[in-house]
Design a protein around this ligand. Structure first.
Ligand code: NAD
Length: 228
């Protein structure tokens, strides 16, 4: 096996205590996504958007990486041909030891100036009126890709998908595009496809499915790969 692309979603961080998108009663269900995760929502009510992401940042910083994050970091160390792409905005892959993570939806630990595009490390609590360290304008936003915005690093991801022999989706529902289309993209270039998920996302979409909680299924799969 040479050339592996792994795509992770909220399910990989669920057992660290970070709610997935659709958790009943979770943070995401208590807010209207069009109000907190779109540029239009931010323009209408920046304070509400910052409140939402301040809460998510606090949750993420207080969470610890789990066995799935640690196993993926071990795999990256052992296999330089593995590319790890995440839709998650938390930093649990990095804190689990992953050497290089492509954050296609941005990072909760980073801030961005909506006026000049400068980026910097986010403080624990942010507000729109925080001055940008580069241009001093009060236009601070989280460095998160919102609905309607272009995900980051799409060229790098497309190259990796075209070159990989195996595509693995872990803990993602496959409902948010463009990430949801990566499996078809990789398969079109001849890659084998594997899904690791608590509940398989769609029958027949992947060549192989491993069903189970990420903290058990991912370390077991990584051990299998490292043994070959
Ligand atoms: P999603 O909420 O749509 O789907 C979560 C998936 O994880 C489901 O398929 C579910 O079956 C699976 N899952 C739940 N618990 C699991 C476990 N213990 N082990 C394995 N799988 C488990 O999330 P998504 O597909 O990542 O897409 C939604 C969007 O939500 C993304 O854009 C992402 O940026 C954002 N999001 C991020 C975080 C985070 O950063 N931790 C959390 C919530 C949502």
């Amino acid at each position: 096996m040479a050339g592996v692309v792994i795509l992770t979603g909220a399910g990989v961080s669920a057992e660290s205590g970070l709610g997935t998108f659709r958790d009943v009663g979770g943070l995401w269900t208590r807010y209207d996504l069009t109000e907190v995760a779109t540029p239009e929502g931010f323009a209408r009510n920046p304070a509400l958007v910052h409140d939402f992401y301040n809460a998510r940042r606090a949750n993420a910083l207080d969470a610890a990486p789990n066995a799935a994050h640690l196993a993926l970091a071990r795999l990256l160390d052992a296999r330089p041909d593995v590319t790890l792409v995440t839709q998650n905005i938390d930093d649990l892959h990095e804190r689990g030891g992953a050497r290089a993570v492509i954050h296609m939806h941005g990072q909760i630990t980073r801030a961005r100036c909506a006026a000049c595009d400068h980026r910097w490390d986010a403080p624990r609590v942010m507000d729109r009126s925080d001055a940008c360290p580069a241009c001093a304008r009060p236009a601070t936003r989280p460095d998160i890709v919102w609905f309607g915005e272009m995900p980051y690093h799409m060229d790098r991801i497309a190259d990796a998908l075209a070159a990989c022999d195996l595509f693995v989706a872990i803990g993602t529902s496959g409902e948010v595009y463009p990430a949801a289309g990566f499996v078809e993209e990789a398969a079109a270039f001849g890659a084998e496809t594997l899904e690791i998920n608590l509940e398989p996302s769609a029958p027949g979409r992947f060549d192989r499915v491993i069903q189970g909680p990420a903290t058990e299924a991912v370390p077991a799969w990584v051990a299998e790969v490292l043994a070959t």
